[in-house]
Design a protein around this ligand. Structure first.
Ligand SMILES: [Zn+2]
Length: 317
């Protein structure tokens, strides 16, 4: 998905004055205003930037030009926007390799060594989850020691997406109204829960991090119908696990399907130029049913991550 403000745009705006001055200023750590007032000035960085430019060089740039005190290090992602180099038609940065990434050159996956919980519990073979394009490079092992020496806080940045060509990927995907797999993982799917909980627990256990950021950037079925985002994946989730959960919550699954299809018909007709009154059937899809349980799945799983992952790590391996 194309971001409206890219990571590099953000860094550029933060560091504009410093870049224009072309003067290298001293790294700021303990004495910085951000640190003094406990404010986070962060930047999200993919592993490939450290491989391309060198760890110390990247840390110099973000500290000296961006006044950054926190790194969001991408450790698990399958999107170029979070784990790759610049995409066309974005502007290339004024440092590093002057090359673009595409989905032909970028693979994605885990940019750290995979831990015992993932190896034991992942529904997708752990050997397939390691990002292949950077070899054995481990972004956390490589960046955490020098970053911490500089007083930088470090987050592991874990995205919720998955690559559709991975073995067993279908096991963790949302399902559409017709039962066919969609592109996103389902947060009510127990296999995905096993994967993400294991991944987060292993990450916390294996590396001296300050925080873990688990991000999800997508719409539910209602937003997908209304096309409020370019990141649409179809009308879901109607997998067996979401349907079971919906029934427990008193949501009528068939009415939800009916409502979403009626709304889709309405949207298609208005896009074709018909006036809304011409196509309005008089029956409004009910919002709660239209959303089924994607959001509640996200909230439930986030709560489980917060509750279980740290406890699990305290119990040890
Ligand atoms: Zn589902």
């Amino acid at each position: 998905m194309k971001q409206s403000i890219t990571r590099r745009d953000f860094a550029k705006s933060l560091g504009a004055a410093a870049i224009l001055s072309a003067t290298r200023v001293a790294p700021i750590a303990a004495e910085s205003p951000a640190r003094r007032h406990n404010k986070t000035i962060g930047i999200q960085i993919p592993a490939v930037s450290f491989v391309d430019e060198g760890v110390e060089q990247v840390l110099d740039i973000v500290q000296q030009q961006g006044r950054v005190n926190t790194l969001f290090l991408t450790t698990f992602s399958y999107t170029l926007g979070t784990a790759g180099r610049q995409e066309r038609p974005g502007e290339l940065p004024d440092h590093g390799l002057q090359v673009y990434d595409t989905y032909d050159t970028f693979q994605g996956g885990s940019y750290t060594a995979l831990g015992p919980r993932v190896r034991a519990n992942s529904p997708i073979p752990a050997s397939a989850l390691r990002a292949p394009e950077l070899g054995d490079f481990d972004v956390l092992s490589s960046v955490l020691p020098p970053a911490r020496k500089r007083g930088l806080k470090c987050y592991a940045f874990i995205a919720d997406n998955i690559k559709l060509t991975l073995p067993q990927a279908e096991k963790v995907l949302e399902r559409g109204i017709d039962g066919k797999p969609l592109r996103n993982v389902c947060f009510n799917n127990p296999h995905y829960k096993q994967l993400i909980l294991s991944l987060i627990a292993d990450t916390i256990r294996s590396y001296p991090l300050d925080r873990v950021m688990w991000r999800s950037e997508r719409m539910g079925a209602f937003g997908n119908v209304l096309e409020v985002s370019a990141n649409r994946t179809g009308l879901g989730c109607f997998c067996e696990f979401c349907q079971d959960k919906a029934k427990r919550l008193g949501v009528r699954v068939e009415k939800a399907k009916e409502g979403l299809l009626a709304l889709q018909k309405f949207v298609d007709a208005t896009k074709a130029g018909k006036h809304p009154e011409e196509v309005h059937s008089g029956r409004h899809p009910r919002r709660r049913e239209g959303r089924v349980s994607r959001r509640s799945g996200w909230c439930d799983l986030r709560a489980q991550v917060l509750r279980d992952a740290p406890l699990d790590t305290r119990r040890g391996r």
